[in-house]
Design a protein around this ligand. Structure first.
Ligand code: TXA
Ligand code: MG
Length: 339
């Protein structure tokens, strides 16, 4: 079956569920980003995901299930802290790392004794999980290294011809991936910041740590995927830490050297910057809005028209923390203004 966009949801979900039951890989929307799903219980099905994405085999996948009961199908037990987090935030943009009971195919967990599980909060994802009655392993539906897809069109551009189908559910809501929280120790540890903030987690379970690798780049991340290059746009991305005058001076210098410069900037600052192409990513006052637009802004620049992309920095709290985590990973350099 060729990748297709069918408008009738029931028919689309039915066809996608049939493909999944036949152990093929199908892309579908979640509330965070599009996922590339396959039967998490079958090794061969999961292998289609790795092949389509070009994903390194040592990077484990998140298992998506319809409800709390089905989390129990793939883990040894649910610790107290995890119960609280599930009840507070699931369905929603949160992934918990729990002890695996070995039910999932071994390539899902990449040989780890733990498994990442989440209950997506998107009507299409939920309908699909119910229709296929399978736990679905699903990483973001991009080619490895590219920005995650927030529309079916992004998925089509990356995976056309490499997957059995794409269920088109329009733009996703949150825009960055789920927060990954390790619940295998005494205290919850955030391995990847995302749609649920540290502040949100702490309001339910108290003190929560960041994985040391998020605070210090020299540390080895506990989440295997965090060590890879990620979210890279076509042209090199420079993250600029400084005021608008500094940003403009960097743009001007590049343009004097015949570079065509693209800029990603908040709506508050767009009128104060002059460049070859500009992508507005929402308001600095609403960092969740910046998250929604981030990946489509990164994907909007083509090397046909742009040589370098400069992006302003955002405050590192709330959703700004996830936004800056993605921008640091996507960037080839960080340019800091001398104070
Ligand atoms: O929002 C999301 O989480 C999206 C949607 C599609 O659900 N999925 C997603 O999956 O972002 P992916 O594969 O792109 O990222 C999964 C992250 C990786 O960093 C991976 O290393 C980590 O979760 N992970 C998965 N299982 C793990 C485990 N057992 N221990 C530690 N990290 C794990
Ligand atoms: Mg990904």
């Amino acid at each position: 079956m060729d990748p297709q966009h069918i408008n009738d949801y029931d028919q689309q979900i039915h066809e996608a569920a049939e493909c999944l039951k036949e152990n093929q890989a199908v892309a579908f929307p979640t509330e965070t980003v599009y996922g590339l799903g396959a039967n998490a219980l079958n090794d061969e099905a999961v292998q289609h995901i790795f092949a389509a994405k070009g994903r390194p085999a040592d990077n484990p996948l998140i298992v998506h299930v319809a409800d709390k009961m089905h989390i129990e199908d793939v883990v040894t037990h649910i610790p107290d802290i995890a119960h609280k987090l599930i009840d507070a935030f699931m369905p929603g943009p949160l992934t918990l790392i729990l002890e695996s009971n070995g039910a999932c195919a071994s390539n899902v967990t990449a040989g780890l004794s733990s498994v990442g599980v989440r209950i997506p909060d998107h009507p299409v994802a939920r309908a699909l999980l119910q229709a296929c009655r399978l736990p679905l392993a699903a990483p973001s539906a991009n080619r490895s290294g590219r920005p995650s897809p927030t529309s079916a069109d992004h998925v089509y551009k990356d995976l056309n011809g490499r997957v059995a189908g794409i269920v088109d559910g329009g733009q996703t809501g949150v825009g960055v991936e789920s927060t990954v929280v390790d619940c295998t120790g005494d205290r919850p540890v955030i391995l990847r910041p995302g749609g649920i903030t540290k502040e949100d987690l702490e309001s339910v379970v108290g003190p929560t740590d960041f994985d040391a690798a998020l605070l210090n780049q020299k540390e080895k991340p506990k989440s295997p995927g965090m060590k890879y290059t990620h979210y890279a746009p076509e042209a090199p991305l420079w993250l600029v830490e400084g005021d608008l005058e500094f940003l403009q001076s960097q743009i001007d210098q590049l343009r004097e050297n015949d570079k065509r410069v693209g800029v990603i900037i908040s709506e508050e600052h767009v009128d104060q910057i002059e460049a070859d192409e500009v992508q507005v990513c929402g308001s600095r006052e609403q960092l969740s809005e910046v998250a929604v637009h981030l990946y489509s802004a990164l994907r909007a620049f083509s090397t046909d028209t742009i040589d370098v992309i400069l992006c302003e920095s955002f405050p590192e709290y709330g959703m700004g923390y996830a936004v800056m985590n993605r921008l640091k990973k996507a960037s080839t350099s960080v340019i800091t203004q001398d104070k």
